[in-house]
Design a protein around this ligand. Structure first.
Ligand code: GAL
Length: 677
C-alpha cells in the first residue's frame, strides 16, 4: 500500500475498516453516529446532484461545443428525463490573467459566446450550468484562482447564469489549519449567498481537513477523497474512504467521493456497476465523467438505470451504511423513504463470493415475506428473509427490498453455487488439458415457497464431457433448504490454455407456476503444463496474479502503476536478475500438477522504497496448506531465504501480506527457483 499525504480522520476511519477486514472475521459494524452538521440553508441539492463534468475524460480540453453537445445529448438520450440536469465545466475555461479591472475572463477561443452564452444555451434546454474555481491563488491547472476575489467572481458567476460552483483547493497559501480551510471556503460561500442567485456549492478540498465534520454548514457537498481515476484500485480505495462518513450526509449536504468514471474504458462493466451502484447506495452525486457523444449502449444502460437512480435520489436522504463486513466483502443497507431498503452486497475480492444478509439485519422484521428487486437484471423474487447472491469478483449485487404479503406472484429467491477442489482466484475450476476433475453445484431456496420438480443440467464446450456423479433431480427443496449435485468434468487433450465455460442450469417450479430456470456460467481454465527440471519461477506462466498497486512485475521491482515500470530487483544492496516484484497485498498462483518437488527463493522489501517504509509477510501455500512464512519483513530486514516442499502438490500460491497499515509494501520474490521432474 502507498500513502502520500498525512492521515486525516477520514483516512483513519478507512484504516479501521481495513483493519477489521484484515482480521478475516465477519464482524457486524456499529459505529457511533456523529451529530450531523446542520446543512447550508440555501434550499439546494435536496437530493445528490446529478449531471456531467468534463474533467475525468477531457482534462483541460473543455470548450463551449463540448458543453453544448453534452447538453443536447442529455435531452436526446433520455438522461435529462432520468434526472441528470447539471452540465458542469471544470478547470481551464478561462484565460491565464484577469482583466485590467480584476475580472476572470472566459477563454474566447474555447468559449466564443462566453460563459453567459453557454449558460443561456444550456438553460434553453431546461438544464443547468456549473463552473469551477479554486480557493487559492491559482487553479490546479494554473489559471487565476478566486482567493481574495471571492465577491467579484461570485457576482460574475451569478451574472453569467451559473447554477453550480465546484471550488477546488490548489495553490491555497494555507497553513493547513482547520480555521484556514473553513475561512477560505466560507468566504466563497458567503459571496455566493450575497449574489442572491441559487448556486449549488461543491467544496473540493479532497478530504484533507475532515470536511464531512464542517462543510455541511458551508456547502452542499464536499469531496471526501483525492482524485478518482479509471481503475479498480482507485475505485476500491475511494469506496473505503467514503463509506464511514455516512452519519454526515443528509438532504442539502452530501459526501462526494468524486465524479463517475463509468464508460471510460479501463474498468469492466461489472466494476462500473459496482461504481454506479455504490455511489447510489452512498447517496453520492452522480456526475457523469465520460464522453457521452461516444457512450456505448452498455455505458448508457448503467447511467440510465432508473432503479439505481431512485436509490441515489431517495427523499429520505440517508447514506447507506455498512452493516457487516469481512474477508473483502461488505453489506450496505440504505433505508428509503417508503420503508423499503436498498441492500448492496459488495465483493471487493478477486474471486466470486457467495454473500448473504437477512431482512432482520437490515431492519425489516414485520413481514414473513419480502420482494427482492435485482436492479441490474430487473427481476423480482421473493424471500422468507435471507438475501443471498453469488457476487462476481469486484461486483455488487444491489436489491430493493420490500415487505410483501402477495409473495406468490414472484418466484422464490435462489442461489446456484459451485465449489471445486481446484478453484482459485480468476476461475471457478482449473484443469489441465486431457484431465478430469470434480465440482459440486448447490441450489438453495430462500423463498417462502418450496421449489418443486428441481432439475440440474450442465453443458460443456465441444470435445469436453461433463456428467452428474450424484442425483441431478429432486422433487422438492423447501424454504432455506438446498440440493447438491456432484459433477465430473473432463477436458480434451488438445485444449489450449485459456478460459472456457460450463453452463449450469437449475430449473424448478413453485406454487402453481410453470418451471423457471436460473443459469450459472462456470469459468473453467485450462492451466499451462508445469515446467521440467529446475527453472526460474519468473519464466513460468502463472494462472492468476493479483497485486495491490499496478501488476506483478517479472524480473523487476514493482513500480506501482503500469507493466514494466519497476527497477532491477534489489534487496539490501544485492541485485537479482530474476524474480517477481509485488506490492502487497499480492497473490500469484501456479499450476504445478504434482510434478514439482520444491521452490526456493529469497524475499525482502525492495531497496527502491528507501526509508519510506514497507512491512510485509511472505507466505507460500501448497494447495491450501501454508508451507513457508517469512515472518515480519520491513525495509531494514536482511534478505531471508524460504524453501517450500511441493511433493504431491497441485497448486502453488505465493502470498505477500500487507501486515497492517504501513506503506510502500514493495515485496520482492528474489531469484525464486522451481524444481520439477
Ligand atoms: C483537482 C480536482 C479535480 C479537477 C482538477 C482540475 O484538484 O480534484 O477533480 O477539478 O483539480 O485541475
Amino acid at each position: 500500500m502507498r500513502r502520500s499525504t498525512p492521515p486525516t480522520r477520514a483516512r483513519w476511519l478507512a484504516g479501521l475498516v481495513t483493519a477489521a477486514l484484515a482480521t478475516g472475521a465477519c464482524a457486524v459494524v456499529s459505529l457511533v453516529a456523529a451529530t450531523p452538521a446542520s446543512a447550508l440553508a440555501n434550499g439546494l441539492a435536496k437530493a445528490p446532484p446529478m449531471g456531467f463534468n468534463d474533467w475525468n475524460s477531457f482534462g483541460c480540453a473543455v470548450d463551449e461545443q463540448l458543453i453544448e453537445q453534452t447538453a443536447d445529448y442529455f435531452v436526446s438520450s433520455g438522461l435529462k428525463a432520468a434526472g441528470y440536469n447539471y452540465v458542469n465545466i471544470d478547470d481551464c475555461w478561462l484565460l491565464k490573467a484577469r482583466s485590467a479591472d480584476g475580472h476572470l475572463v472566459p477563454d474566447p477561443v474555447k468559449f466564443p459566446d462566453g460563459i453567459k452564452g453557454t449558460a443561456d444555451y444550456v438553460h434553453s434546454l431546461g438544464l443547468k450550468l456549473g463552473i469551477y474555481e479554486d480557493a487559492g491563488t491559482k487553479t490546479c491547472a494554473g489559471y487565476p484562482g478566486s482567493l481574495g476575489h471571492e465577491q467579484t467572481d461570485a457576482n460574475d458567476f451569478a451574472a453569467w447564469g451559473v447554477d453550480y460552483l465546484k471550488y477546488d483547493n490548489c495553490n491555497n497559501q494555507s497553513n493547513g489549519s482547520l480555521a484556514d480551510y473553513k475561512a477560505r471556503y466560507t468566504a466563497m460561500g458567503d459571496a455566493l449567498k450575497k449574489t442572491g442567485r441559487p448556486i449549488v456549492y461543491s467544496i473540493c478540498e479532497w478530504g484533507v481537513n475532515d470536511p464531512a465534520t464542517w462543510a455541511g454548514d458551508i456547502g452542499n457537498l464536499w469531496r471526501t477523497t483525492g482524485d478518482i481515476n479509471d481503475s479498480w484500485g482507485s475505485l476500491k480505495s475511494i469506496i473505503n474512504q467514503n463509506l464511514n462518513l455516512y452519519p454526515y450526509a443528509k438532504p442539502g449536504a452530501w459526501n462526494d467521493p468524486d465524479m463517475l468514471e463509468v464508460g471510460n474504458g479501463h474498468m469492466t462493466d461489472t466494476e462500473y456497476k459496482t461504481h454506479f451502484g455504490l455511489w447510489a447506495e452512498m447517496a453520492a452525486p452522480l456526475l457523469i465523467g465520460t464522453d457521452l457523444r461516444k457512450a456505448t449502449p452498455a455505458t448508457l444502460s448503467i447511467l440510465l438505470n432508473k432503479d439505481v437512480i431512485a436509490i441515489d435520489q431517495d427523499k429520505l436522504g440517508v447514506q447507506g451504511q455498512v452493516i457487516a463486513q469481512g474477508n473483502g466483502t461488505m453489506v450496505f443497507n440504505k433505508p428509503l423513504k417508503n420503508g423499503d431498503r436498498a441492500v448492496a452486497l459488495y465483493n471487493s475480492n478477486d474471486a466470486a463470493a457467495t454473500m448473504s444478509t437477512t431482512a432482520a439485519q437490515i431492519g425489516l422484521t414485520r413481514s414473513t415475506a419480502y420482494s427482492l428487486k435485482d436492479v441490474w437484471s430487473g427481476t423480482t423474487t421473493e424471500t422468507a428473509g435471507t438475501i443471498s447472491a453469488v457476487v462476481p469478483a469486484h461486483g455488487t449485487a444491489l436489491y430493493r427490498v420490500k415487505a410483501v404479503s402477495d409473495y406468490r406472484k414472484f418466484a422464490p429467491a435462489t442461489t446456484l453455487g459451485v465449489t471445486s477442489p481446484s478453484s482459485y482466484t480468476g476461475a471457478d475450476i482449473g484443469i489441465a488439458a486431457g484431465a478430469t476433475t470434480t465440482f459440486a453445484s448447490t441450489i438453495s431456496d430462500y423463498g417462502r415457497d418450496a421449489l418443486t420438480d428441481v432439475r440440474l443440467t450442465a453443458d460443456a464446450p465441444d470435445g469436453w464431457s461433463v456428467a452428474a456423479t450424484s442425483a441431478w433431480s429432486a422433487k422438492r427443496v423447501k424454504t432455506n433448504g438446498s440440493f447438491a449435485t456432484g459433477w465430473s468434468l473432463s477436458s480434451p487433450a488438445t485444449a489450449q490454455p485459456g478460459n472456457y465455460g460450463v453452463t449450469l442450469t437449475a430449473s424448478y417450479a413453485y406454487g402453481t407456476h410453470r418451471p423457471v430456470a436460473v443459469t450459472r456460467h462456470v469459468v473453467v481454465q485450462i492451466v499451462p503444463t508445469p515446467p521440467h527440471g529446475s527453472v526460474a519461477l519468473s519464466d513460468v506462466t502463472w494462472v492468476s496474479s493479483t497485486n495491490g498497486w499496478g501488476p506483478v512485475e517479472k524480473d523487476l521491482s514493482n513500480g506501482e502503476t503500469a507493466a514494466g515500470d519497476g527497477k532491477p530487483i534489489s534487496i539490501r544492496g544485492t541485485v537479482y536478475p530474476k524474480g517477481l516484484g509485488t506490492n502487497a497485498q499480492s497473490d500469484i498462483v501456479y499450476y504445478v500438477g504434482g510434478k514439482c518437488s520444491s521452490l526456493t527463493t529469497d524475499v525482502g522489501i525492495d531497496d527502491e522504497v528507501g526509508t519510506k517504509g514497507g512491512d510485509v509477510l511472505f507466505q507460500i501455500f501448497a494447495d491450501d496448506a501454508k508451507v513457508a512464512d517469512s515472518g515480519k519483513i520491513t525495509n531494514t530486514s536482511a534478505v531471508k531465504s524460504l524453501t517450500a516442499n511441493l511433493t504431491g502438490v497441485t497448486w502453488l500460491r505465493l502470498h505477500v501480506d500487507p501486515d497492517g497499515a504501513t506503506t510502500y509494501d514493495h515485496g520482492d520474490w528474489a531469484g525464486p527457483q522451481l524444481t520439477c521432474s
